[in-house]
Design a protein. Structure first.
Ligand SMILES: [Zn+2]
Length: 166
C-alpha cells in the first residue's frame, strides 16, 4: 500500500487529513478542489504507461527486483502483474531457448493470498508463484500459480518447453 500523492480529481498535491471514513481509513481533502479521497491500493495507481514499460522490462529479462527498483513498484505488485500477463498467454509460452546450456532455475515465491486473490481468484491461504527461468539468460520460460507442494512443481514442469525438459 502506498499513499496517493495527488488529488485524483484535479491532480493537486496540496491536501490535508480530513477525519476517517466509516471503515477507519484516513480520509483526505484536496485544498484546491472539494474532492475527498482515501489511501488507495497500489495496483490502482500504476498507470497504463507504466504497465507498458514494465512489460517491456520483463521482456528484456531484467530481474524482478531490478524492475521493482527501477520503476518503484513492490515485488508483490509485480508478481500479481506477472500473473495477469501470464494468464493471458497460452500455457506454452512459445519460448525459443536462446542459451545452449538450458539449465533451468526454479524459483518459488510466497505471495500473500489477499495480494493475489483478486488476480487469480484462489481461496487458499497461501499462494506460491512458481517461476522457471533459463539459468543463463534469466528469461522466464514457464510460470505456475499454486500451493507449495510437489504437485505444483509437477504442474510447472509440465509447462516448461520441451527443449528444457530433456
Ligand atoms: Zn483536487
Amino acid at each position: 500500500m502506498i499513499v496517493r500523492n495527488a488529488c485524483p480529481a484535479c491532480g493537486s498535491t496540496h491536501f490535508k487529513k480530513n477525519g476517517h471514513t466509516h471503515n477507519g481509513k484516513q480520509n483526505h481533502q484536496c485544498k484546491t478542489c472539494p474532492r475527498q479521497f482515501v489511501q488507495c491500493c497500489e495496483q490502482y495507481l500504476i498507470s497504463d504507461d507504466k504497465r507498458g514499460l514494465i512489460e517491456r522490462l520483463l521482456v528484456e529479462r531484467i530481474s524482478l527486483r531490478g524492475i521493482c527498483r527501477a520503476v518503484g513498484v513492490t515485488l508483490k505488485w509485480l508478481l500479481g502483474f506477472l500473473v495477469q500477463c501470464f494468464e493471458a498467454l497460452p500455457d506454452h509460452l512459445h519460448v525459443q531457448p536462446v542459451s545452449c546450456m538450458r539449465d533451468v532455475l526454479i524459483q518459488r515465491l510466497e505471495v500473500e493470498a489477499d495480494e493475489l486473490a483478486s488476480f487469480v481468484q484462489k481461496k487458499a491461504n497461501k499462494q506460491w508463484v512458481w517461476i522457471a527461468m533459463d539459468a543463463k539468460t534469466r528469461q522466464i520460460i514457464a510460470f505456475h500459480v499454486g500451493d507449495r507442494r510437489h504437485k505444483s512443481a509437477e504442474q510447472l514442469w509440465a509447462k516448461i518447453p520441451q527443449a528444457y525438459r530433456q
